[in-house]
Ligand binder design. Structure first.
Ligand code: HPA
Length: 278
């Protein structure tokens, strides 16, 4: 058995010893959704520090715990705080939590993040449904010996973001009168924000938003056959489009401002997933 798989199984055993809960949906909370826990009927929480070998985030504003509970009557596990590649973790650690949540039983991975808007027509405070992604600027989490227990060596990537879930988000946004944007998310490594030239490149490649997370998690989850749905909160216009320099504080403040709408959309979507994906 490889080291990566062994570590994953150690984390899984550690969680199972402490928590007896089978989630249907795994939700990763990005900036701005940090307090989404308030929308969950919480059954249990598990600090990342209490999971043997689990990678713990160092980013300000990112708490580090799993929350187990219900959104409506849908059992969810929710990551309050994720780890990023730029923190220095190997990619296998960055995607370990997503893999772990699949092992817990989650069939759906709901990814959220804050991102910089790249296409003209995007505004700070927009919500963008992720319909596709470019992960080529970060190492693949699947590099190394294939974990045959999790998925195939050469996984198909033609529908990373599940078509049915995309429809559900569109419907929920319309019901909530949210002007939902859609587009392609491109992941850079960070931690520096992009230069104007990199943003121009991203735009010419077809990206609509850029960020420092999510796509690698989607690659690993797709490998395991999870159904994936993703929404970006456009917290700022990316560098070169924005008239002002970027700061983490302002990105967080902008994400916080749109949080009520974002939370409503996430809640409605999860409830709908519960109805249609049993
Ligand atoms: N670039 C990269 N990541 C981000 C941005 C950005 O402009 N905003 C929020 N996360």
């Amino acid at each position: 058995m490889g080291e990566v798989y062994e570590k994953l199984m150690r984390c899984y055993d550690s969680v199972r010893k402490q928590i007896d809960f089978t989630p249907q949906v795994a939700l990763v909370l990005g900036s701005g959704l940090g307090d989404y826990a308030e929308s969950i009927r919480v059954e249990a929480t598990l600090d990342y520090h209490d999971i043997e070998g689990f990678p713990v985030s160092t980013v300000p504003g990112h708490k580090g715990q799993f929350i187990f509970g219900y959104v409506g009557d849908v059992p969810v596990v929710c990551m309050q705080g994720r780890v990023h590649y730029y923190e220095g973790y190997p990619m296998s650690d960055v995607v370990l939590p997503a893999r772990l949540m699949k092992l817990m039983g989650a069939q759906v991975l709901f990814l959220t993040n804050a991102a910089g808007g790249v296409q003209l027509g995007m505004h700070s405070g927009d919500l963008m449904l992720i319909t596709g992604q470019i992960a080529s600027f970060v190492p693949s989490p699947l590099i190394g010996a294939n974990l045959d227990e999790l998925g195939p060596r050469f996984p198909d990537m033609s529908e990373i973001y599940n078509r049915d879930l995309i429809q559900i988000v569109r419907k929920c946004a319309a019901e909530l009168s949210i002007d939902l944007k859609e587009g392609t998310y491109l992941q850079f490594t960070g931690p520096a924000y992009e230069s104007p030239q990199e943003v121009a490149m991203a735009r010419s490649l077809g990206a609509d938003a850029v960020g420092m997370s999510t796509a690698c998690e989607a690659v690993a989850a797709n490998h395991m056959g999870m159904k994936i749905v993703g929404i970006s909160c456009i917290s700022n216009l990316a560098c070169g489009i924005s008239p002002v320099p970027l700061s983490h504080k302002e990105v967080q403040e902008a994400a916080d401002k749109v949080a009520p709408q974002f939370k409503a959309l996430v809640t409605r979507t999860i409830e709908e997933i519960g109805k249609t994906c049993r």
